[in-house]
Design a protein. Structure first.
Ligand code: GNR
Ligand code: NI
Length: 172
């Protein structure tokens, strides 16, 4: 199955608000399959459709550990319907901002409601890396990046670094 090209900072598509999926068709299932392939190939533990340039509210994730069986998940039109008051800190990274990692604080536990690949409404409650990752992915659907939670100094520093890299790539 084909992998797709990733979109990198400072591509303005990363700031779009993605549109809800109105029906879970074969096209949507095809998108999900390409996203899972792209995510595993990267490798990453999550991916939002906009990271391959598709502004639809679709995310994939797999937070299983190396010694565990694969646990691919596809969430369509995901919504956080509850989040804990307790927060937790994880060092986050993003496939669209390669090789940059910083601590981000988010709700430690969430309940997410979504459509699965059969178009059924489902809910999952999770904490740990799942909670962090699903919030990171839903942020992508709203044009939000994890660097938006950092100090302005850090955000501007990394943004400038990627702007320069993009200009270099344009030149050569
Ligand atoms: O692969 C990824 N790892 C990761 C680690 C900590 C917190 C969030 C993530 S998501 C990231 C893949 C990605 O960019 N998804 O949008
Ligand atoms: Ni990301």
């Amino acid at each position: 199955m084909p992998t797709r090209d990733l979109v990198f900072l400072p591509d303005p598509r990363l700031r779009l608000t993605s549109a809800p999926v109105d029906a879970v068709t074969d096209d949507v299932r095809g998108l999900v399959d390409d996203m899972l392939d792209t995510m595993y190939a990267a490798p990453g533990i999550g991916l939002a459709a906009i990271q391959i340039g598709v502004p639809k509210r679709v995310i994939t994730l797999d937070v299983s550990k190396k010694d565990e069986p694969k646990a691919p998940l596809a969430l369509i039109n995901p919504e956080i319907v509850w989040s804990s008051e307790a927060l937790s800190v994880y060092e986050e990274g993003c496939l669209s901002i390669p090789e940059y990692y910083e601590d981000v604080e988010r709700p430690a536990e969430v309940v997410v409601r979504f459509l699965d690949r059969d178009g059924q409404t489902r809910e999952i409650r999770g904490d740990g890396l799942f909670a962090t990752c699903v919030q990171h992915e839903i942020d992508h659907l709203n044009g939000v990046l994890f660097i938006d939670y950092l100090s302005r100094l850090k955000r501007e520093r990394v943004t400038k670094r990627f702007q320069k890299a993009a200009k270099r790539d344009e030149r050569d």
